[in-house]
Design a protein around this ligand. Structure first.
Ligand code: HEC
Length: 194
């Protein structure tokens, strides 16, 4: 232990613990000064002279750039909807099945037989029976009738995949299907499922 006469020893004591007034190491003191200088520069740069963007502002700029990219991708997809043909790739169909089971089955039933939403397996269609009609209906939705606009939730690829999956349901025989209420059968486009 240190000698009672140690010049560094302070004269207060708590429960027998005494304190040495050691000099701080120079590297530590310099680090401390540097943080003070840094804070002054930071304050001037970001707050006083507003030369740099604060993170909130940076976020807004990046989000706007992201929205622009997204808008361009959506517009590009929208312009090609009319030319789309259903995918037969199993990877696409599996991805579409997953989306369908997760988001669409609650209203259209897992087998597509219909519940709140109409039967997707029969020949009765409200908004056109061909693939392109389906993609458009999924993309835009029919909000006033309870079918959500999916373009804000799903990306173009997911919509294409789920529409391709629905296409495979045509002509299948779901158990206890929802009847076509007052609709006449329509088969616009090629009726591949005859
Ligand atoms: C909240 C319930 C609900 C969910 C969830 C839902 N739909 Fe629908 N869907 C409906 C209703 C209701 C209609 C009928 C709209 C009408 O009467 O015009 C419909 C119509 C459709 C049609 C057009 C049917 C026709 O006869 O023209 C397609 C295709 C379709 N939905 C696909 C999907 C897909 C794909 C999903 C999942 C991404 C989905 N729906 C999720 C309620 C739903």
């Amino acid at each position: 232990m240190n000698d009672q006469n140690d010049p560094l020893l302070l004269d207060h004591e708590a429960d027998g613990i005494r304190e040495l007034d050691n000099k701080l190491p120079r590297w530590w003191v310099w680090l401390f000064y540097i943080t003070i200088i840094f804070s002054a520069v930071y304050l001037g740069y970001y707050h006083v002279f507003a030369m740099g963007k604060l993170s909130g502002e940076e976020y807004k700029v990046e989000a706007a750039a992201g929205e622009k990219l997204k808008g361009a991708a959506m517009a590009k997809f929208e312009s090609t909807i009319g030319t789309l043909a259903p995918s037969k790739e199993s990877a696409d169909l599996n991805a579409g099945r997953q989306t369908f089971m997760l988001l669409c089955a609650p209203c259209h039933r897992p087998d597509g037989g219909g519940l709140v939403g109409p039967n997707l397996c029969d020949d009765y269609w409200i908004h056109g029976s061909n693939f392109v009609d389906n993609v458009k209906t999924i993309w835009n939705g029919v909000p006033e009738k309870g079918m959500i606009t999916w373009k804000t939730t799903l990306n173009p690829k997911q919509i294409y995949d789920v529409a391709s999956f629905i296409y495979t349901l045509r002509g299948t025989k779901p158990v206890n299907p929802k009847p076509p209420e007052n609709l006449t059968p329509v088969r616009t486009g090629p009726s591949e499922y005859e």
